[in-house]
Design a protein around this ligand. Structure first.
Ligand code: ADP
Length: 226
């Protein structure tokens, strides 16, 4: 049974089985798997009754940040503005999953500082994948267009991707499929207490919740905590 994130006409909203708070920031090369993992993680959280939102680099660049290009300054501003949006959304109680290349370590520090200052639970996850495989996947055709000279400043080719110094988590999408990577992230969030079970006494809709709970907790056992 689906759990509705918001009240709708005449519907009783089910209490969450799990609570998640904060911001998870995924960074990595284009094609490394950030958007795929963000979407799949968000779906998994929905099954757990958690209200999450994916902030994706592509969609933010189409709207809020459409005035920004690919210069180092614009890339940093792209991240800075997005971090502010993520902060506001997290403060409103939404678990935010941000999927951005975030090529500069300076920007990664800025995002972390923004969240720490606002006392928002925060974790940085590096989505690791060799450039050669990212270019082979090329899900948006960007590497092909860059090689044809149609895209300037492609990260990994004409612009740097600085190796992350201290990500809280690294998932390697070369050696693991999407399901395994999402599983690793969910376990990590649990371990960090960014994803916590709602105590039984706070769950009021007993019959439905109990049925759902036994189903969901099967998927996240303590053995799976990294
Ligand atoms: P990004 O958002 O980093 O640019 P995408 O998520 O758009 O990358 O594309 C990644 C591609 O790699 C997708 O086609 C996806 O199906 C594939 N892929 C293969 N294995 C994985 C994995 N373990 N995690 C994420 N994506 C994967």
């Amino acid at each position: 049974m689906a759990i509705l994130p918001f009240p709708q006409d005449g519907c009783k909203v089910s209490p969450s089985l799990w609570n998640a708070s904060g911001v998870l920031w995924l960074h990595g090369l284009s094609g490394s798997g950030k958007s795929t993992l963000a979407r799949n993680l968000s779906q998994e959280l929905t099954h757990l009754g958690v209200n999450s939102f994916v902030l994706d680099g592509d969609s933010v660049r189409r709207g809020l940040n459409r005035d920004l290009g690919l210069s180092p300054e614009d890339r940093k501003e792209n991240v800075r503005r997005t971090a502010e949006v993520a902060r506001l959304m997290a403060q409103a109680g939404v678990f935010v999953i941000a999927a951005f290349i975030t090529p500069y370590e300076e920007s990664r520090h800025l995002v972390r500082a923004t969240m720490v200052q606002a006392r928002i639970p925060y974790a940085e996850c590096h989505v690791s994948c060799p450039l050669s495989l990212c270019m082979y996947r090329d899900p948006k055709g960007l590497y092909a267009r860059a090689r044809a000279g149609e895209v300037k400043g492609m990260t990994g080719l004409a612009a740097p991707f600085e190796e992350p110094g201290h990500p809280d988590l690294t998932v390697n999408t070369q050696g693991a499929d999407v399901h395994e990577c999402v599983h690793t992230i969910v376990s990590f969030l649990r371990n960090r207490h960014m994803l916590v079970p709602v105590p039984d006494e706070e769950q009021t809709d007993a019959p439905m919740i109990n049925a759902k709970k036994s189903q969901d907790t099967e998927g996240i056992s303590s053995q799976q905590v990294v």
